[in-house]
Write a protein that binds this ligand. Structure first.
Ligand code: RIB
Ligand code: CA
Length: 342
C-alpha cells in the first residue's frame, strides 16, 4: 500500500478552495489531518462554516477544523464576495454542519501537529498565509518540522489579480507572506516551499465541458451544460457533491466572464492540492522570493530572485510548467468517482 500524503490544509474557503477540499477527500493517497481556516475570500467565520459543510458532505466530519486569525497581521481585512459570492461558495447552498470546531487555534494546530509528526506532514496553503506566519512565530523550527509546504500564491513575471502586480492570497496579508518566505530560507535543499503562482494557475481553466464531464463520471443526472445565458440557474444534478460544486463553479465562471477572461474558472487551489499529492505533475524553478511591503504601487508584490542578486538561499520552488488537461483528467476522474459514492 503506497504511503499516503498526510496534510495540514489552510484555506479561505471560497469556490476553488471548495473543489480542492473535495479533491483531497476523494484522493485515496491523501490523509487530511486538519483543516485551518483564515479570512480571505470571505471572513473567517464563513470560511469555517463552508469548510465544515464540505468536509461533512465528503465523509470527513472527523477531521479537525481549527479557526484561524480573523484578519491579516497588519493590513485591514479585505474580502472578495464579488468573486466567490456572498457566502464564499457562489450559488451553492451547503447543508450546514452541526459539529464543533477545534478547541485550539489554527496556529496552535499547525505547531502541535508538526511537533507530534516531525518530518511527516505536508502543509498546503490555499489562502492568505496569516495562520502559517503566526505558527512560525510560535515555533521557528516549523520549516524543518514539516515535510514540505505547498503554497497557492504570488505572481511572477505575470499580471496580478488583485493589483496590477499582486495576487490575492499575498495581497490580503503581505506581512505574513514575507514572514513565511523569510522563514523558509533555512530549509535543506529539495524541501523549498512549492509555490503555485498565477502564471501557472491561470492556465488551469475550468470550462463548462469539464463540469459536464464531472457529472457524467459521477453518474449524476441531468448532465448540465453551463452557459452565460443561464445566469444564476441552480443545478438539478442528482449527485449532491456535483450539484453543490456546479452551483459554486457557475458563479465563479460568471465572475471570470464579467472580468473579460471568458466563461471559465481558474482553479488555482485544486491545482495546488494536486501538486501537494503529486509534485511530478509540474516542473519547477528555484528562486529566492521576497514580498514588497512598502511600495506605493507595488505593495503585496512577490519578487523572485532567480540569479542570486540578493546572495540569499532559495526559499521557493516555483511551479513553472504543467499539462492542464492532464490535470483536469485526473481531477475529474478522482472527484467524479468519489462523488458517485456519496
Ligand atoms: O489568487 C487566487 C487565490 O486567491 C485562490 O486561492 C483563491 O481561492 C483566492 O484565495
Ligand atoms: Ca483560496
Amino acid at each position: 500500500m503506497p504511503s499516503r500524503t498526510r496534510l495540514i490544509v489552510d484555506v479561505d474557503t471560497g469556490i476553488d478552495d471548495s473543489l480542492a477540499l473535495v479533491y483531497l477527500a476523494a484522493s485515496a493517497d491523501a490523509e487530511v489531518v486538519a483543516v485551518c481556516c483564515t479570512a480571505g475570500n470571505v471572513p473567517t467565520a464563513q470560511v469555517t462554516r463552508n469548510t465544515l459543510a464540505w468536509l461533512d458532505m465528503c465523509g470527513l466530519s472527523g477531521v479537525e477544523v481549527a479557526v484561524g486569525a480573523d484578519g491579516p497581521l497588519v493590513a485591514p481585512l479585505m474580502t472578495t464576495e464579488d468573486t466567490h459570492g456572498p457566502l464564499g461558495v457562489g450559488y451553492a447552498e451547503l447543508p450546514q454542519s452541526s459539529r464543533a470546531v477545534s478547541t485550539r487555534s489554527a496556529a496552535h494546530a499547525w505547531v502541535e501537529l508538526a511537533r507530534e509528526n516531525p518530518g511527516e506532514l505536508v502543509g498546503l496553503v490555499t489562502g492568505p498565509m496569516t495562520n502559517l506566519a503566526l505558527a512560525l512565530r510560535l515555533e521557528p523550527e516549523l520549516p524543518t518540522l514539516l515535510k514540505r509546504v505547498v503554497i497557492m500564491g504570488g505572481s511572477f513575471d505575470h499580471p496580478g489579480n488583485t493589483t496590477p502586480t499582486s495576487e490575492w492570497n499575498v495581497a490580503v496579508d503581505p506581512e505574513s507572506a514575507k514572514e513565511v518566505f523569510d522563514a523558509f530560507e533555512s530549509v535543506p535543499a529539495g524541501r523549498e516551499p512549492i509555490v503555485c503562482a498565477l502564471g501557472l494557475t491561470e492556465r488551469i481553466e475550468m470550462h463548462p465541458a469539464h463540469v459536464a464531464r464531472l457529472a457524467e463520471i459521477s453518474g449524476s443526472v441531468p448532465v448540465e451544460s453551463l452557459s452565460i445565458d443561464d445566469r444564476g440557474r441552480r443545478s438539478q444534478a442528482s449527485v449532491p457533491i456535483v450539484r453543490h460544486l456546479t452551483d459554486a463553479v457557475r458563479f465563479y465562471m460568471e465572475f471570470h466572464h464579467a472580468q473579460g477572461e471568458g466563461y471559465l474558472a481558474h482553479m488555482h487551489d485544486p491545482f495546488a492540492a494536486a501538486v501537494a499529492l503529486h509534485p511530478e505533475m509540474a516542473e519547477y524553478a528555484l528562486a529566492t522570493v521576497d514580498v514588497e511591503l512598502t511600495g506605493t504601487l507595488t505593495r503585496g508584490t512577490t519578487v523572485a530572485d532567480r540569479r542570486g542578486f540578493w546572495n540569499r538561499r532559495p526559499n521557493a520552488a516555483i511551479a513553472v510548467a504543467t499539462d492542464p488537461e492532464a490535470f483536469f483528467d485526473h481531477l475529474l476522474e478522482t472527484v467524479g468517482t468519489f462523488a458517485a459514492t456519496r
